[in-house]
Write a protein that binds this ligand. Sequence first.
Ligand code: SIN
Length: 358
Amino acid sequence: MSSNPGISEKTPHLLVLGMGGTIAGLAPNPEESPLQYKAGQVGVDALVAQVQSVVPEGVRLVSRQIANINSRNLTEAHLTSLGLAVIEALLDVAIKGIVITHGTDTIEETGLFLQVTCGKLAQTQSKRVILTGAMLPSNAPKADGPSNLLDALRWASTSIDNFPGGIYAVMDGRGCMAMDLAKRHATALNAPLQNAPSSSVGLINPSWLSGVKAVQAAWNEDLPIPKEGEWPWVEILTSHAGARPETITHWLGSAVQGFILAGSGQGGFHDDWVKPLDQAMVQDIALVRTTRTGAGATLRNIPELDRPGCCPSGSLTAPRARIALQLALNAEKQANKAGKPLTWQDFFARIADLPEIR
Ligand code: SIN
């Protein structure tokens, strides 16, 4: 753990956890080609040092590097380490709030993961966990990382009356629930929250806040974090023109435990998948149906009757549905070990049925 000089770990502070990403990226020729760069090159202590002189008065910062990667290489082991670090920090009385610097490519997965494993704890501890990142590397002439980090630190340290503890994200001057993040533009500065219901940093919009409270009221219990090496194996399979049965049969007989079917339209999949998917269910492979359209909910028995046991994703996108199914399969295993007859479908539905903020 690194900290700014003069503060001990018992002094009230904000914790900044570094995961890497473009916010920690370096371009060899930043003036000429800022978009040609390597992510995850600068340590989180250096990112914190860049904003140290302008953080609100009295806010002390401590940083800790969890990983320094391009988030396209995010592993389940990274998620386990991050989740455990967040829980530890939420339980530490000296830590008033947590900021996570992260690559934007898979920030969607991490946002949902943290909501489902730490969301209730953050709310009951009245602490905010804020994910942030950047679209331009740290040495680009108009790097967006420092202002995003500063906004995240301000949000994490704002008086608790303004809005509750929970798992949020900040990019380009706006904030949203982290579970609503999804990178939907290759280069725009607000890419990860372009389609997310959000509020300007420092100016909380009441209808957004009531949506946040509705989600928090519905989220009753965090799910356990899978141990490193114990994450269920789940694949995303996309239905498309010319889809073949082999896309499914390829996996039969492997150790895969679940499929997210990214279907067309309302989450329908190619007729050539019907028989092999029946076979997958016989082999106890969990099935979740979602839509590849990028927006809108996938609902039970629409457009056709669902096979028994196959769950619709609600408004979860394919990457989020994959994390949700992994956590639900793990939660089923832990519950069954404790003698509780709950199924992965019970846990998955808790996540998929969370209210949408509009
Ligand atoms: C990454 O996700 O690590 C690279 C892209 C980004 O952070 O914007």
